[in-house]
Design a protein around this ligand. Structure first.
Ligand code: NAD
Length: 469
């Protein structure tokens, strides 16, 4: 920054009474023209850049104050944004969205994730610290729109960044509402406007403009393979969170009752929308019947007639890809669309036995229809799991009591998330240890993202001093 820019920033800070006391600006009636929502990409990024320069001047305490405020104030909004999200996108279910949004809000690490490390010795001291990138262009999916905005906001703001959200057009209203709300809460705490921004009419063209913009310092892309590979051609640094096709392997040593329950819970969560959700079950023949029986006990509906399986396949996966109109729909709607008569209690999940090359096994369906494949033994099952994961290295799940096999599978699958003896969502810290993220950066290798993922690592050396050992 040159002297003029610096003076301008300082003047702005003074005139807008930047104080970092959490209460200082609460309730201010200072006028805001945009509240984070802009008509065009350039104006939004320019405002975010100005906000970033002011955030750089603010004490580190301001970051924690923002995150505390978000955790406290957004909690009451979660039921409504979950309802809006389902209503607008037509995908998922409200109760599960509430659970996912709560996990994002409460279990995404804040500034505590950014631990400074130091090296000391005869020749002095070196500090390693996490610094912000600047303005991050964060692209969000239709499948977890608000979860991703909450999760990315906490991680990226903790890292000291400003954020331009490129929201999915099919979740435009709920995303805009949430960005506006987060922007307002940040302003209440810091007096800084536009640390999170978006545009009023998101479009693919706008996303492309953003990706090429000179003032976007980092791209964080959560979505399908198309948008991730497009971002990787941008010439910018990319944190790419792409598609998965998680297999769930069950061997003959598994605790079958628990495995069945975990699989039904994981694969039915939000109608199978999460990229980490079980997309196929590969089970050793010896325990396949009892697993299927137990899954039915936990609310899965088993489809056995060949013509029904064919109808589901034609309806859900026409032309070798997931039918967008059925992605994230509930099981009853899907059965109805496939013309399958069913009059019982609404199932949580539809299951069916299929051969290993079946499209439901190979394609990321994002629907509560789970294919089950029998294999002779663990080795055959592991080979198939590797095959159907397509080398995406995203997520895999395994149920077994054999530690050597669990170890071997985890090592060979090389997935960003490997869950042992739990539902897939245990891998993002829901009902299990570990933090939550909705941006699992698989193609670019960062894995389960947190604040430090969105920071540069910097080294600061002092010669001849500060070793007190
Ligand atoms: P999507 O690829 O349709 O959309 C993602 C984002 O990219 C949206 O904001 C969209 O507007 C934008 N986009 C898509 N195509 C574009 C184009 N041609 N030009 C400009 N912008 C474009 O993804 P989706 O359907 O919303 O989400 C589902 C996919 O995302 C699944 O494959 C799922 O596995 C994956 N996903 C991955 C993660 C992860 O953490 N790895 C998380 C959620 C979703």
């Amino acid at each position: 920054m040159n002297q003029n820019e610096l003076e301008k920033v300082i003047r702005t800070i003074v005139t807008e009474r930047l104080t970092m006391s959490p209460q200082a600006d609460a309730g201010t009636d200072e006028h805001c023209d945009n509240c984070g929502i802009f008509a065009d990409v350039d104006a939004a990024i320019s405002a975010a850049k100005q906000a970033y320069m002011r955030y750089r001047q603010a004490p580190l305490k301001s970051r924690s104050a923002i995150i505390d405020k978000l955790r406290c104030e957004l909690a009451a909004d979660i039921p409504e944004i979950s309802r809006q999200s389902v209503a607008e996108t037509g995908m998922g279910n409200v109760n599960d969205k509430i659970q996912k949004n709560q996990a994002a809000l409460n279990n995404t690490p804040g500034v505590e994730d950014l631990r400074t490390t130091a090296l000391t010795g005869d020749d002095g001291m070196v500090l390693f610290e996490y610094s912000p990138f600047g303005v991050i262009g964060a692209i969000t999916p239709s499948t977890n729109p608000t979860e991703t905005i909450i999760n990315n906001s906490i991680s990226m703001l903790a890292g000291g960044n400003a954020i331009y959200f490129s929201c999915h057009p099919s979740a435009k209203n709920v995303s805009e509402w949430l960005v506006r709300r987060i922007e307002d809460l940040i302003f209440q705490v810091t007096g800084i406007h536009n640390l999170v921004v978006t545009i009023a009419e998101p479009s693919f063209e706008a996303t492309q403009t953003m990706m090429a913009h000179a003032d976007i310092n980092l791209l964080a892309v959560t979505g399908g393979p198309g948008i991730v590979s497009m971002a990787m051609k941008s010439g910018k640094k990319v944190i790419g969170a792409g598609a998965g096709n998680p297999p769930c392997l069950v061997d003959e040593t598994a605790e079958i009752v628990k495995a069945a329950q975990d699989i039904v819970l994981g694969a039915s969560l939000d109608n199978n929308l999460p990229c980490i959700a079980e997309k196929s079950v590969i089970v050793v023949d010896e325990v396949a019947d009892s697993l299927v029986k137990q899954m039915q006990e936990y609310g899965a509906l088993l489809i056995t007639r060949t013509q029904d399986i064919e109808a589901l396949t034609r309806t859900c996966l026409p032309e070798g890809a997931a039918n967008k109109k059925l992605v994230g729909k509930d099981p009853l709607t899907i059965l109805q669309q496939a013309g399958i008569d069913y009059g019982g209690q609404p199932p949580k999940l539809v299951i069916m036995e299929v051969p290993k090359d079946h499209p439901f096994v190979r394609i990321e369906q994002l629907m509560p229809v789970l294919p089950i494949v029998r294999v002779h033994d663990f080795e055959q099952g592991l080979a198939l799991a590797l095959e159907v994961e397509h080398g995406l290295h995203h997520t895999a799940i395994m149920h077994s009591q054999n530690v050597s096999r669990l170890n071997k599978a985890a090592q060979l699958m090389q997935t960003s998330i490997f869950v042992k003896n739990g539902p897939s969502y245990a891998g993002i810290g829901v009902g299990a240890e570990g933090s939550t993220t909705f941006t699992i950066a698989t193609p670019t290798g960062e894995g389960t993202t947190t604040a430090k993922t969105f920071c540069r690592t910097r080294r600061c050396t002092l010669t001849n001093g500060f070793s007190i050992r």
